[in-house]
Design a protein around this ligand. Structure first.
Ligand SMILES: C[S@@+](CC[C@H](N)C(=O)[O-])C[C@H]1O[C@@H](n2cnc3c(N)ncnc32)[C@H](O)[C@@H]1O
Length: 385
């Protein structure tokens, strides 16, 4: 793999380690880095929008397979300087594409340019597409699943391949989606930020389609989030199906014998959806869902204290008083009355709604973009008796 910055005259070393960038939602970089450390990716560097590390192709496969908080994994396959389009064209034609890309797999090229003499993104893309067509025999298709990204920054051209394909929050085993589902990657990192590692019980009293339950049960059962889906890296040179199959089949932790993730919702449709999703993901053994309004919230029977995590509904207009505030006040009252020893995590865009619970929240986490708004995680220590 080419070093960064890439010297176009240097010999190419396909087996050398290269830079891998794991993208996540802004605000969650530190949480992703902590997850990566726990998953055995030791030397990582936090950057805006993600975490970088140096590795080889099996590290790329494993990052895609096991990291719950990753949106996508980019392989930085090399870079060179280009001061004008003709130079970009010439160097792109000398780039060793065949070490990474297959001529029989269509791909699309995306270019971004900042502070650079080559500023015309479409013209730059055309040069790279020409080099790929003529040098590699590749088919360029704007609809292709495989994506080659060129970032031109201060005249440095860096090529990355999106090795994930469909974004990683699409786990590949969720059937039904509710009205305002939380993205799986966010749910997983919020759980981690609440100190949840799957070993204790989890309760979502407004579970909707069950995103927190699915992520929590996955963690409890030691299952990899990418176990059922396909990835773009399967279509690259150097992909080893046997080694990948062995990695995917690696033994999980010993799964618990009883349900570990409990969900309630007042809406029968949401309950049915969460159950269908648990079934589809092969997690029914560890997830228990029931129809129940917040006003009747009690801890699951026979369960030691664990984590209550909830993403209540919120209004379009932040700070709007009324039924939502009353709902949050009821939630807080039920938790304060019956959940001694449980920790609480609440995800909301509205600080006034968080405070309407009357719960002793620690300072909130950073704002995280989600569906056109910014949400924050509010956490408590174990609630007093
Ligand atoms: C924002 S959604 C939760 C989405 C969920 N985290 C997911 O990923 O699908 C809020 C949920 O709260 C439920 N809900 C609203 N009011 C409730 C109440 N009083 N008691 C119980 N559930 C309630 C709604 O039915 C809805 O499913």
């Amino acid at each position: 793999m080419a070093e960064t910055p890439h010297d176009p005259d240097a010999p190419f070393e396909p087996d050398a380690p290269f830079e891998i960038f794991v993208a996540t939602a802004p605000g969650l970089e530190a949480a992703l880095r902590a997850e990566m450390r726990a998953a055995g990716f030791p030397k990582t560097l936090q950057q805006p929008g993600g975490v970088a590390f140096t590795g080889r192709w099996p590290d790329v496969w494993r990052a895609n397979l096991v990291l719950r908080g990753a949106n996508r994994v980019l392989a930085r396959i090399g870079s060179f300087r280009a001061m004008h389009l003709a130079q970009l064209d010439k160097r792109a034609r000398r780039f060793p594409w065949a070490d990474v890309l297959r001529p029989d797999v269509a791909l699309r090229v995306e270019v971004t340019s900042r502070r650079s003499k080559v500023y015309h993104q479409r013209a730059a893309a055309q040069r790279v597409e020409g080099a790929l067509r003529d040098g590699l025999g590749a088919r360029i298709d704007p609809e292709a699943d495989l994506r080659l990204m060129l970032r031109i920054d201060d005249d440095l051209c860096t090529f990355s391949i999106d090795t994930s394909g469909a974004p990683l929050h699409k786990r590949g085993h969720k059937e039904a989606v509710g009205k305002a589902p939380l993205r799986e990657t966010l749910a997983a990192l919020f759980l981690r930020q609440c100190g949840h590692d799957g070993s204790g019980p989890l309760l979502d009293p407004m579970c909707g389609s069950g995103t927190f339950l699915l992520e929590g049960a996955d963690m409890a059962a030691g299952l990899a989030p990418g176990r059922t889906r396909r990835f773009a890296f399967e279509h690259l040179v150097g992909f080893d199906p046997a080694a990948w199959a062995a990695m995917r089949a690696a033994p999980a932790a010993t799964p618990p014998a009883t349900p570990m993730a409990f969900g309630y919702d007042r809406d029968a449709g949401a309950v049915a959806m969460a159950r269908a999703n648990a079934d589809c993901a092969g997690l029914s053994r560890w997830i228990s869902v029931a129809e129940r309004p917040i006003g009747a919230l009690v801890p699951p029977e026979g369960t030691p204290p664990g984590l209550v995590i909830v993403n209540p509904p919120y209004g379009a207009r932040i700070g709007e008083p009324g039924p939502l505030r009353a709902l949050h006040a009821t939630l807080g009252a039920r938790l304060r009355a019956g959940f001694a020893g449980w920790r609480v995590g609440l995800v909301t865009p509205d600080p006034q709604l968080a405070h309407a619970t009357g719960l002793p929240f620690l300072p909130p986490g950073p704002p995280v973009p989600h569906g056109g708004i910014k949400v924050k995680l509010y956490r408590t220590d174990p609630l007093p008796g």
